[in-house]
Ligand binder design. Structure first.
Ligand SMILES: Nc1ncnc2c1ncn2[C@@H]1O[C@H](COP(=O)(O)OP(=O)(O)OP(=O)(O)O)[C@@H](O)[C@H]1O
Ligand SMILES: [Mg+2]
Length: 595
């Protein structure tokens, strides 16, 4: 009968176990207690109808030869009373064991799953940008929250309902075969038919569940996107008609599959109930004849019927769980795919701390392909780019929109790995160095800076957690935002929300510049750091940044030709290829004569 559970289903259970095993460390004792409880529950289940059988057998034929009958016959009043008492005691024991097991197993499953969820989040945060850019945030959020809680419920149910039901079934069958092989066979056939039904239905439920989860993920992604661009959608009139319809369409699709899953699962429970009722009917018929012919006692028949009725609850729970198992495995599979994704950018086995830069960083025939799903349509964002970024000097990175400037900058802190070629740090491949040591040397201002969901102070000290309040204030005063921060509801302790987009563009930009100044790394990466600042403020920031980058290795994206003149070196890009690279002075001369 266990065969019914093997095949693809057992494989999937094995997969769930493999996925969660690392997070069950230290739960050995509780697991052992849960197994012990399960064994007692199975035992109680098997013993429970026996007092009834003994009482009935005694009543039907008080002159039986059985040991129990003889004992009851010796003092009927006491015997019947104690058997009734045993009946109640067993019922109480069963209730208590169920309760204890439910607490224990649920606690166990919950703890394992919460640990798993934390690890899942940590793994997501370690993934490189290309991973995140290829996915929808809303979908990731549902996976981490919704799928893990589904998995948690599924695993708890699996531990209690599935394995235990199988054990109860096997134990019951063994007892029945021992009493009367024919009755045992009836239950075996009924049970196996029920399992077979669950097996075939389970697969269809799993398929529908998988589809439903996918639709739900799409819905979450759509919602996150729409909420993220609510300003534009409202302004341009897309917030009602089209957006509404789009959401409704996707929502309806998700509902359709949800209904299908429900229908399949409920249908399964119904079928199992029917099969059990049929089994009982057949057994009653066969059993009654057997009692008449004296082959079995009336007590045996009652025992059988009690077993069959007692199996109803675990069986329907089991049927329900197999429906759920399909959904659980669908969730587990999706989660496993994230969990098993090793970050494409991480420290090499023998990574060493990056030393101070002496000669410079250089790109050697670097190519970067756009991360598009359609491989043939992938365009080259950077194509065979070779250039030098001399140490201790300022390099201007220039070129039109979409020419690949930001992409080139991303290569330096290894936020992006080249598809071909290599980035060299004093002649050594960047991959030789530990990521954290490399990144900790860099002060970066992104083109579209966002702030983390921390306090303003923690945002400023992100790259230099040991910075004192005085040091932070000195910087915020210098960039002219000290007063502004002081006026926030909680000053420096105000928590930033929504990536900081509740600040004005200029305020956010100044905060980002302050953050880079506080880290004060030996390497500076500035992607149009004065975007969104008014003319005076921009001039002021440029002066501050020029002072800060004096003698530092600096990459500075700018569209301002006057700025280029003030720098030492130039990298000019056009459609992903190098247009010019060399000293700034020579570049300026060439521009002047119009070459
Ligand atoms: N994650 C990505 N997936 C696909 N294409 C990308 C990705 N990032 C950038 N691109 C494409 O690569 C090209 C270069 O982008 P990049 O951001 O480097 O340009 P840029 O020179 O910084 O432009 P701008 O002056 O507008 O900031 C663009 O055509 C852009 O559409
Ligand atoms: Mg850019």
């Amino acid at each position: 009968m266990r065969k019914a559970g093997t095949g693809w289903r057992a494989l999937e259970i094995r997969r769930i176990v493999a996925l969660l095993r690392p997070y069950a460390a230290g739960e050995g004792k509780r697991l052992a207690a849960a197994i012990a409880l399960s064994i007692s529950i199975v035992a109680i289940h098997v013993i429970r109808p026996w007092p009834l059988k003994w009482i009935l057998d005694f009543l039907a034929k008080p002159d039986q030869r059985g040991a129990v009958d003889a004992w009851v016959a010796s003092a009927p009043a006491r015997g019947l009373f104690l058997l009734s008492l045993l009946f109640v005691a067993l019922a109480l024991a069963a209730a208590w064991a169920d309760f204890a097991q439910s607490l224990l197993v649920n606690g166990l499953g919950n703890r394992i799953l919460y640990r798993f969820r934390t690890a899942l989040f940590a793994n997501l945060m370690r993934q490189p940008l290309v991973f995140h850019e290829a996915r929808d945030m809303g979908e990731l959020v549902t996976r981490v929250l919704y799928d893990t809680s589904r998995l948690r419920r599924g695993v708890n149910g699996l531990m209690i309902r599935v394995f235990q039901t199988l054990a109860i079934f096997v134990a019951t069958l063994a007892v029945l075969f021992w009493i009367d092989p024919l009755l045992g066979a009836v239950l075996a056939v009924g049970g196996l038919l029920a399992f077979a039904s669950m097996h075939s239905r389970g697969r269809r439920i799993a398929v529908a569940s998988k589809k439903q989860r996918r639709k739900e993920g799409k819905l979450a992604a759509l919602m996150a996107d729409d909420l993220g661009s609510v300003r534009e959608l409202q302004t341009f009139g897309g917030s009602e008609g089209a957006t509404h319809a789009r959401f409704q369409r996707k929502n309806e699709k998700s509902l359709k599959y949800e209904q299908r899953v429900r229908k399949l699962a409920s249908g399964l429970v119904l079928r199992v109930e029917l099969l059990l009722a049929l089994t009982i009917a057949v057994a009653l018929w066969i059993g009654a004849t057997a009692v008449q012919s004296g082959r079995v006692t009336p007590g045996d028949l009652v025992l059988f019927i009690s077993y069959a009725i007692a199996l109803r609850a675990p069986f329907t729970a089991f049927a329900y769980q197999t429906g759920r198992l399909g959904r659980t495995t669908a969730c587990a599979e999706r989660l496993a795919r994230i969990m098993e994704t090793e970050p494409a950018i991480q420290d090499a086995a023998h990574a060493i701390a990056a030393p101070a830069l002496v000669t410079g960083i250089s790109l050697d025939r670097v190519a970067v392909r756009a991360a598009r799903k359609n491989r043939s349509a992938r365009k080259m964002v950077l194509d065979s780019v070779s250039c030098r970024i001399p140490a201790g000097e300022r390099t201007a990175v220039i070129g039109g929109n979409g020419s690949g400037k930001s992409t080139l900058l991303r290569l330096i802190p290894r936020l992006l790995e080249p598809s071909e070629g290599s980035v060299l740090y004093d002649g050594e491949d960047l991959r030789r160095y530990a990521l954290s040591s490399l990144r900790s040397r860099m002060s970066v201002v992104f083109q579209d800076s966002v702030l983390a969901g921390l306090s303003v102070r923690d945002n400023l000290a992100l790259g230099m957690p040991e910075a004192t309040d005085d040091a932070i204030r000195a910087v915020t005063r210098a960039v002219g935002i000290h007063g502004f921060i002081e006026r926030l509801p909680n000053g420096y302790d105000t928590r930033v929300r929504r990536s900081g987009d509740l600040f004005s563009g200029g305020e956010r930009q100044r905060l980002a510049i302050a953050r880079a100044l506080i880290r004060d790394g030996p390497i500076w990466i500035l992607d149009e750091p004065t975007t969104g600042l008014d003319q005076d403020a921009a001039q002021e920031m440029v002066d501050i940044l020029f002072r800060a980058t004096e003698g530092r290795t600096t990459l500075w994206v700018t569209h301002d030709s006057e700025m280029v003149e003030r720098m030492d070196w130039v990298i000019e890009l056009s459609e992903g290829t190098i247009q010019y690279t060399g000293p700034a002075a020579r570049y300026v001369r060439r521009q002047a004569v119009g070459v």
